[in-house]
Design a protein around this ligand. Structure first.
Ligand SMILES: *Cc1c(COP(=O)(O)O)cnc(C)c1O
Length: 375
């Protein structure tokens, strides 16, 4: 189907493709000068804070938990409404994920419940900016300061988003980005960690690559079991090609989101996301389906949209209902708002290369699929 409209698609220009080819021809294709340059450019974009690039967003969060000195049994508070990576890294680092419900309006972690979940064993909070909409940084950092907690921002989806006019990642404690193919900036796969100072950055470098420290005399030592998280120059070249376009990409996402608010028929009963045009980077546009009024399931809805040539994503099922987390005592009914979103959310197409007419096409298909099945 040539006119299939996916829910997302990266915008890679010819200059980027040429630059990748240049790396491939250069004789040095793993971590090298492009990786370094990518870190420098990202740091500039984020107001000069220390940035280290990774081969995934997941890797950045694992290393973040290592450098704050997480010990077995330490608790980390996060949200059930996120990609499962956010909670998996806590388990992998030996910590205990503590989940609290989301705010039903923003769909981000409920900060009042975060504060109520703090115990003497709590070490950190890992908020997630779902769909690119930032968690309230003023309240978040007030809580963290009051209780002496570290914050690892899972900003995988919010590069270019803002709080009080400042870019996410340009202030605060530790901040993690992902450059997976679907994110607002991609390196095919990749990520970056923003830290507070050069001392933390050196710790990040150590944990990023096998725990190795290199000395000026050419010798090296290993004192921690670090991982294998370095980004390649091939991937960094993709990121370098993307970064100058990022703000324009996000501006286009805003335009498209605005059109959705104007064109989605209110009669369909879809619960729309917060109409934010100040802070979010519109990483995704996610209506909730009116399942109680629908004669078909979400799966059938997705299939019918696909028949009309429109790709629909599901981001995400509430993670506490996955087997791994049920085995750790989580149950249905614990986080009703996250469960409601997890059961009814759909991601409709939104990416910078979309045409205005694509929005109209999606809105027409929504009407054609939903109106006949509404009770
Ligand atoms: C994409 C994503 C991750 C993981 O990033 P990877 O680069 O795929 O490892 C983590 N958390 C959230 C919220 C994400 O969207």
């Amino acid at each position: 189907m040539s006119d299939f409209l996916p829910f997302t698609r990266p915008s890679i220009d010819e200059a980027t493709i040429e630059s990748v080819a240049g790396v491939l021809r250069s004789g040095w294709i793993t971590t090298g000068p492009k990786a370094k340059e990518f870190e420098t450019r990202l740091s500039e974009y984020l107001g000069g804070r220390p940035v280290r690039a990774f081969n995934s967003g997941t890797g950045t969060m694992e290393v973040a938990l290592r450098i704050i000195g997480l010990r077995p049994g330490d608790e980390v508070i996060t949200t059930p409404m996120t990609w499962v990576a956010t909670a998996n890294v806590i388990l992998n680092a030996g910590g205990t994920p503590v989940l609290v419900d989301i705010d039903p309006v923003t769909r981000n972690i409920d900060l009042e419940q975060v504060e109520a979940a703090i115990t003497p064993r709590t070490r950190a909070i890992m908020p997630v900016d779902l769909a690119g909409l930032p968690v309230d940084r003023d309240r978040l950092y007030a809580i963290a300061r009051k209780h002496g907690l570290r914050v690892i921002e899972d900003a995988a989806q919010s590069l270019g988003a803002k709080w009080n006019g400042q870019r996410i990642g340009s202030f605060g404690d530790i901040c993690s980005f992902s450059f997976h193919a679907n994110k607002n900036l991609t390196t095919t796969e990749g990520g970056a960690l923003v830290v507070n100072n050069e001392e933390e950055a050196r710790l990040v470098e150590k944990w990023r690559l096998q725990g190795v420290t290199r000395f000026a005399d050419g010798s090296m030592d290993v004192d921690v079991p670090g991982g294998k998280y370095n980004i390649t120059d091939v991937a960094a070249a993709v990121g370098l090609g993307q970064l100058p376009h990022l703000d324009a990409f996000n501006a286009r996402r805003h335009e498209l989101a605005r059109m959705y608010f104007e064109q989605i028929d209110p009669a369909l009963g879809l619960e729309l996301p917060v109409a934010d045009f100040e802070n979010t980077n519109w990483h995704m546009f996610q209506p909730l389906l009116p399942l109680a009024r629908m004669a078909i399931s979400r799966g059938e809805f997705v299939a019918r949209m696909k028949e009309k040539g429109i790709g629909i994503g599901v981001h995400y099922p509430a993670l506490h209902l996955f087997t791994l987390y049920r085995e750790r005592g989580f149950r249905e009914g614990m986080f009703p708002h996250a469960e409601h979103v997890g059961a009814s959310t759909v991601t409709i197409p939104l990416f910078p290369a979309m045409q205005d007419s694509d929005v109209t096409r999606v809105c027409t298909a929504l009407k054609d699929v939903l109106l006949p099945v509404l009770k």
